[in-house]
Unconditional design. Structure first.
Length: 634
């Protein structure tokens, strides 16, 4: 930055840690030496921010006496080379280039063999002369000093830094990193470290359920009451059905999981801000080497628990292209926060006594699959030796409530944006496909069946002579509700979405799924939360508008087959539900992830390969689990 000759202000952040360690740093003197004002700040607590902004304003307005441009002296011979290149660059016809970036900086970068600068000066009329002069100076310097020119400049820069700090900084050698070393002896221990990580993950998933249950119930209660209110005040018609069955049933079915998402990100933020995440990468490094990767690949993988898109983008830090592609291809197995609503809904409905364990098991299966696939791909597709890397282990820090809340708020806001975007559109589309066509030909005259029931109970009520009238009325109501439910089910099956679902049902029936589960999987390609909103829409329209509204979980528990060999049996058995959860975990990455794979790999073939192999693997694993589970009597 000094060589670029631009105005700079340094924010000396985490200044409180320097004071806590009792290090001595005369930042005012250092600022005067290098001509750059230095302002101590504590970003996590907002300390020094006002002073920093005031200093920026003063520097911008040329009111800061400290500010001056200095030249780092690179020694007689290098300075001679800089001057020779500058002499060509500083001519009037090269002004459009040197007006943007200083000629000294350009000269230095050319001596450092920075190819990006070649592109920057490509339009210079003296381009060839500049490159020839730079190459000649590089040869001269390397012959004289017996070292590469970029190394010579780097060493002289570090010499400048070392000299400046020697005069201004004195570390307290007695307390340095003692606390960190003591904690690391436990968290990074080769035997204890891994079980501690597993325990932490189990606590995280259990808390996602146990702590999230109360606010989730409150939101669910609010959604139900709002739905009932809309039912009472709106006139009958398509708009009422769209609002209650489509929008509230779909979006409302997903929004209730916001607390679970926030709790998950609270723990992820805690791991990152305390410095524990870096330790997790350290203890996983040896395991990662066994599957043909190294600890650096674990960072994007653990990020996948939040969202696979930024996790895939984070693979840019991996230098080896094969390792990078392999990390990208196994990343979708990391259960992102979009899958969490599906897990929470189905596990809470079908496995209420083993919620934390089941959630942990799904995340663990995802990690296990990633390991197995990585081993296979490394042997078949991405062969090559691994390069070791050094990872910095930052000191442990006490996370601030402000930073954790900011992280949770950001993720919560992203989740809510999805509610008003892809999930709202998908919910309306699913409702429309289930609502139309209206003129369905029924196999039974349901109105006639209702009339028969009413006539039969009218006679019974007359014969009872006032005795057990309430019980008979309740029986009559139950029979009518059953007929109405059969009519709605038949309408649903003959709607556009029913036709779509029935067309794919033969393919998914061996996995234990019915057509509604298949439709939800198909719509989940857009975003995994849409699986929940689709189920919400499909089952909301089965609800009798005159009865009290039950939760989506209760509807899934009560859902039974109305036709076929399984008629009367529950759709969501523990085995079928577990198989469904496995399919959701493994199959087709969402559209945004496919786009990210294409962008980061630079080729559509890898994006299409990820779609094909994950969906195929999901089908095979789900088929084996369901069929074997059936044979074993589960």
């Amino acid at each position: 930055l000094i060589d670029m000759d631009i105005k700079v202000v340094i924010a000396l952040n985490m200044y409180d840690e320097l004071q806590k360690n009792k290090d001595e740093f005369d930042f005012i003197s250092l600022g005067k030496m290098i001509g750059i004002p230095i302002i101590p700040t504590v970003g996590a607590k907002g300390g020094g921010i006002r002073e920093l902004f005031n200093k920026i304003i003063n520097v911008y307005n040329d009111r800061e006496p400290i500010v001056r441009h200095i030249h780092i002296n690179y020694g007689k011979e290098i300075e001679k080379s800089i001057e020779r290149i500058q002499a060509i660059l500083k001519t009037e016809r090269n002004f459009p280039i040197t007006d943007k970036i200083s000629s000294r900086f350009l000269a230095l970068k050319l001596l450092e063999k920075d190819k990006r600068i070649n592109k920057f000066i490509l339009n210079s009329p003296d381009y060839n002369h500049i490159i020839e002069t730079a190459d000649a100076e590089i040869r001269r310097l390397e012959n004289e000093f017996r070292d590469t020119s970029d190394t010579l400049i780097a060493e002289l820069r570090y010499g400048f830094i070392s000299g400046a700090l020697k005069e201004t900084f004195r570390p307290n050698v007695f307390t340095k990193r003692k606390t960190t070393e003591i904690i690391d002896s436990f968290f990074t221990h080769k035997l204890i470290g891994f079980p501690v990580f597993i325990l932490f993950m189990f606590i995280m998933f259990s808390s996602t359920f146990n702590l999230g249950e109360y606010p989730m119930n409150w939101i669910e209660f609010g959604v139900e009451k709002f739905s009932m209110l809309m039912h009472q005040i709106l006139p009958e018609g398509s708009f009422k059905d769209l609002l209650i069955d489509g929008i509230i049933g779909g979006v409302g079915g997903v929004i209730v999981f916001l607390p679970n998402i926030l709790i998950l990100f609270f723990f992820i933020s805690l791991m990152e801000d305390t410095g524990y995440m870096a330790r997790v990468v350290f203890i996983m490094d040896k395991l990662m080497h066994k599957i043909g990767l190294h600890g650096k690949s674990f960072i994007p993988l653990i990020m996948g628990f939040g969202c696979n898109v930024p996790a895939i983008m984070a693979t840019r830090t991996i230098e080896n292209r094969n390792n990078r592609l392999l990390t990208i291809l196994i990343n979708p197995f990391m259960s992102c926060s979009a899958r969490l609503p599906v897990y929470v809904l189905l596990i809470g409905a079908i496995f209420p006594d083993f919620r934390g364990t089941m959630l942990f098991l799904l995340y663990f299966i995802g990690i296990l699959l990633a390991i197995v696939v990585a081993v296979v791909f490394k042997k078949l597709i991405f062969k090559g030796e691994e390069a070791p890397f050094v990872m910095e282990l930052p000191p442990y820090r006490m996370p601030t409530l402000k930073s954790i809340i900011r992280h949770m708020w950001f993720k919560g806001a992203q989740y809510l944006k999805k509610m008003g975007g892809v999930i709202l559109i998908a919910s309306i589309l699913i409702w429309a496909l289930g609502y139309f066509p209206r003129n369905v030909e029924y196999s039974v005259d349901y109105n006639k069946e209702i009339s028969k029931v009413e006539s039969r109970y009218k006679e019974k009520l007359a014969e009872s002579k006032g005795e057990s009238n309430l019980a008979l009325s309740a029986e009559k109501e139950n029979e009518i509700q059953k007929i109405l439910l059969d009519r709605r089910s038949e309408h649903h099956e003959n709607s556009y979405i029913g036709i779509l679902g029935k067309s794919i049902e033969p393919v998914i029936r061996p996995l234990g799924f019915d057509w509604k589960m298949g439709v939800a999987l198909a719509t989940g390609i857009a975003a995994k939360e849409v699986v929940v909103s689709t189920l919400g829409v499909l089952y909301h329209t089965d609800e009798n508008n005159e009865s009290s509204i039950t939760t989506l979980s209760e509807k899934l528990q009560q859902e039974k087959y109305t036709k076929g060999t399984k008629k009367g049996e529950k759709v969501y058995t523990p085995l079928a539900t577990f198989t469904y959860l496995l399919f959701v975990l493994i199959y087709f990455p969402c559209v945004a992830v496919v786009a990210a794979i294409h962008k980061e790999s630079g080729n559509w073939k890898w994006a299409l390969f990820a779609v094909g192999y994950t969906t195929g693997l999901a089908y095979i694993i789900s088929l084996v689990v369901y069929q074997v589970g059936n044979l074993l009597g589960f």
